[in-house]
Design a protein around this ligand. Structure first.
Ligand code: GCU
Length: 425
C-alpha cells in the first residue's frame, strides 16, 4: 500500500467515525428539565377507535385490545410471522447434578428453520434439582450464556462482529461476568427455574444494511412498511424459546416470567403483548418505545429511536418522528396489552435517558385497564421513594443507580414472582 492510500484510509476512518459520532448525537437537544416537559394529552386506552367507551371485560378483549395490538403491529414494531412451524429443538445436554447438585442444567439448540441453514439460538435452562413443573424466568440477555454463571459446562458459541456483520467467537470469554445481574443460586433456592438466550443469536443487533442477513429475518424477508423490525424478531424468538419450555416437564409453562433489560425491556413488553402464554413480564429500564411515555419530552424521544435505531422498528414508525401526537398509541397502551397478567416495571434514578418518571406515569395511565380486568395497578399519585417497590399486579420500582439490573432488583423480582406464582413446595 502506498503512503497516500494509507493516509486516505485513515482520513476515511476519521470521516466515518465523525459520521458515527454525529449520528450518535440526539436528534434534537435532549430535555432533562421537568419544567420544560410541556403539556401533552394521552389517548384513553378504554376508548375505541370509533369513540365507543369500553364498559366491560368482554368488550376489552373482543374489541379494544385487538385494536391496540393492531396499531402496534401496523405502525410501531411491525408484523411478525405466525408461530414458527419449522422450528426444531435439540436438547443436547441434560445434567442432573449441576451447580453443586442444586440444579438440573439443560442446553438446548433452537433451530429457527429446522434445516442446516439455521439460524440457531442456544437456550440454557437451570431448574431446581429434583423438581418438576417449576415456575421459570426466561431471560433475554445481551451476551453469551457463559457470562451468566461460571459453570464451566456452559457451551460458548459465536456472537457477532459489529464491524463486519459476521459471526465471531468471543475474544476473551469471561465465564460468569454478568452473574451479579441474575442471582441464579437464590432463584433456584426459592423454587424457580431460570433460562437464558443471547438475543443476538435470534437476530444480530446490527445497524441498517448489516442486519437482517443472519438472523430470523432472513427466513421471513419483508420490505413492507409494516414489516417487523429487530424488536419484533427478538420478541418472536422469545416465543419460540417458550415453545420449547412448554415441552419440558421440569418447567411449568403456565408460569413463565419473561425478563429483559433496556432494548430487551422494550422487547419483552412487545413479546408479552403478543404472546399471552407469557404469564408475567419484567421490563427493566425499558425507556423510550418501552414503558416510558412517548408524548412526554424527557430523555430519549421517538425522534432519537427513529434516527438511531430504525431497524428496531417497522418502517411506518419513521413518520412519527417530530409528530408524537399523531401516534395511535402511547406506552400505557403497550402496558395495557399485558393486563391482566402481572407486570413489573423497574427503573433507575440515574437512567434519565430512559425517563423513570415517564414509566411511572404510563403505569398510572394503564391502571384503569388493570382495574377493569379486576386487577391492581398504580393508584399512588406520587413517584415512590427510591428502592421502595410498589408491588401490585402492575408493579413499579425505581432503584438508586444506573441503567442496570442490580442485585436488589432480583430480590424484588423474586418477591413479585412469589406474590403471583408462589412455587409449590
Ligand atoms: C440506547 C437506546 C435505548 C436502549 C439502550 C439499550 O441507549 O437509546 O433506547 O434502551 O440503548 O438497549 O441499552
Amino acid at each position: 500500500m502506498t503512503p497516500s492510500s494509507a493516509i486516505f484510509r485513515s482520513q476515511l476512518f476519521y470521516a466515518l467515525s465523525g459520521l458515527i459520532m454525529l449520528s450518535a448525537m440526539p436528534a434534537s437537544a435532549t430535555n432533562y428539565d421537568e419544567a420544560k416537559v410541556g403539556n401533552y394529552t394521552l389517548p384513553d386506552p378504554l376508548v375505541c377507535n370509533d369513540g365507543a367507551r369500553v364498559t366491560d371485560t368482554a368488550m376489552w378483549f373482543a374489541k379494544r385490545r385487538p385494536e391496540i395490538l393492531e396499531s402496534y403491529r401496523a405502525e410501531i414494531f411491525g408484523r411478525s410471522p405466525e408461530a414458527g412451524t419449522n422450528v426444531a429443538f435439540n436438547v443436547w445436554e441434560t445434567a442432573t447434578n449441576a451447580l453443586g447438585g442444586t440444579a438440573t442444567r439443560k442446553q438446548i439448540e433452537i433451530n429457527f428453520s429446522g434445516t442446516p441453514a439455521g439460524p440457531f439460538a442456544h437456550l440454557l435452562l437451570y431448574t431446581p434439582a429434583g423438581k418438576i413443573s417449576a415456575p421459570t424466568f426466561l431471560c433475554l440477555q445481551f451476551n453469551g450464556n457463559y457470562t451468566v454463571n461460571d459453570d464451566p459446562a456452559i457451551a460458548i458459541f459465536p456472537g457477532w462482529n459489529g464491524k463486519n456483520g459476521l459471526p465471531a467467537m468471543p475474544k476473551n470469554p469471561v465465564r460468569g461476568e454478568s452473574a451479579r445481574n441474575w442471582k441464579i443460586p437464590e432463584t433456584l433456592a426459592r423454587g424457580y427455574g431460570i433460562a437464558f438466550v443471547d438475543y443476538r443469536e435470534i437476530e444480530p443487533d446490527l445497524a441498517a444494511g448489516a442486519g437482517f442477513k443472519n438472523g430470523v429475518h432472513k427466513n421471513f424477508p419483508t420490505a413492507a412498511a409494516d414489516g417487523w423490525g429487530a424488536i419484533g424478531a427478538w420478541a418472536w424468538g422469545a416465543s419460540r424459546a417458550l415453545d420449547y419450555l412448554a415441552t419440558d416437564k421440569d418447567v411449568d409453562a403456565q408460569r413463565v416470567i419473561l425478563f429483559g433489560h433496556s432494548r430487551l425491556g422494550k422487547t419483552v413488553l412487545w413479546a408479552g403483548a403478543q404472546d399471552t402464554r407469557f404469564a408475567a413480564v419484567l421490563a427493566n429500564c425499558s425507556g423510550e418505545m418501552g414503558a416510558s411515555l412517548s408524548r412526554r419530552d424527557y430523555g430519549e424521544t421517538v425522534d432519537d429511536v427513529a434516527k438511531h435505531f430504525p431497524y428496531w422498528m417497522a418502517g411506518n414508525f419513521q413518520k412519527y418522528a417530530g409528530h408524537w401526537n399523531d401516534l395511535p398509541v402511547d406506552s400505557h397502551f403497550l402496558i395495557s396489552l399485558i393486563a391482566p397478567r402481572p407486570l413489573f416495571l423497574n427503573t433507575g434514578s440515574e437512567d434519565r435517558w430512559g425517563d423513570p418518571h415517564g414509566e411511572f406515569l404510563a403505569a398510572r395511565a394503564a391502571t384503569p385497564v388493570y382495574e377493569l380486568l379486576g386487577k391492581t395497578g398504580i393508584r399512588e399519585t406520587n413517584f415512590p421513594p427510591l428502592d421502595h417497590a410498589l408491588q401490585h399486579d402492575l408493579s413499579f420500582n425505581c432503584h438508586t443507580g444506573k441503567h442496570d439490573v442490580l442485585p436488589a432488583d432480583w430480590d424484588n423480582f423474586l418477591d413479585f414472582a412469589d406474590a403471583h406464582f408462589a412455587p409449590k413446595k
